[in-house]
Write a protein that binds this ligand. Structure first.
Ligand code: SF4
Length: 239
């Protein structure tokens, strides 16, 4: 895996490196053992475009919780047609109805952490078990909880075995404006809900339009003390 000294040196370099160069490093080092996870927010789409245009054919996967907006479901097909490859769909063990029967109806209203664990975290864990590097579209500007992310991070994936996984955030330094300029310039399909005032889009029960302040994720889980679904917090960061 990556030694501490190498991690520091790479991060110092990657903080000023073009996204293409960061992705090239991941492709050279991990090949298809690195995968892009996306919920089709703008930054992830930019990253996929840069990767594919440079021949870095990472597997690309998304989590279909069964509670996505119809616009998000339709976007997956539009993106597959645009990019010309299939996006892998991860699904929870239980359907929404099965979850209601076992854990209670509309779990997102009573225990959103458990709902996110069942519908997002577990499917992701299963996929990451086959990867050495998880590539995300996280940006520092998105929220306070993301403001300190590194481009390259090392996590303990499995405490019992000590297995580690690299998390790569090549879009960490991008601004919202630069993401949208890229999407428009390259004519990449995006979620039409963005044009209706949604800045960050997840499951329909937990996503609202927001007022446009600093926190781009303010429309997620309104009414709860929650700003992350858990997919970016379930592993222990090593460095
Ligand atoms: S975002 Fe809401 S509906 Fe989706 S998995 Fe989490 S709690 Fe459930």
């Amino acid at each position: 895996m990556i030694q501490p000294g190498e991690l520091v040196a790479l991060n110092e370099h990657f903080d000023h490196a073009p996204t293409e160069e960061i992705l090239r490093w991941a492709w050279d080092r991990f090949g298809a053992r690195a995968g892009i996870g996306t919920s089709f927010q703008g930054a992830g789409l930019v990253m996929i475009d840069i990767a594919r245009k440079n021949g870095f054919n990472f597997p690309v996967f998304t989590i279909d919780t069964g509670l996505l907006f119809p616009e998000t479901v339709a976007l997956k097909t539009r993106l597959e047609q645009h990019f010309g490859f299939s996006i892998e769909q991860l699904v929870p063990d239980l359907t929404v109805d099965q979850q209601a029967a076992s854990a209670g109806p509309e779990l997102w209203k009573n225990d959103p952490d458990l709902c996110c664990t069942m519908r997002k975290v577990v499917p992701l864990q299963n996929r990451l078990a086959d990867l050495d590097c998880w590539i995300t579209g996280l940006r520092r500007q998105q929220s306070d909880t993301r403001s300190g992310i590194g481009v390259l991070e090392l996590y303990v994936f499995d405490e019992s075995t000590g297995r580690e996984i690299v998390k790569l955030n090549p879009m960490a330094g991008w601004s919202r404006e630069s993401v949208w300029k890229y999407l428009h310039d390259q004519k990449i399909p995006y979620n039409p809900l963005h044009d209706q005032g949604y800045r960050s889009i997840g499951c329909w029960p937990c996503t609202k339009k927001d007022s446009g302040g600093e926190n781009e994720r303010a429309g997620r889980w309104t009414g709860f003390n929650k700003s992350e679904c858990g997919i970016h917090t379930f592993m222990k960061k090593k460095s």
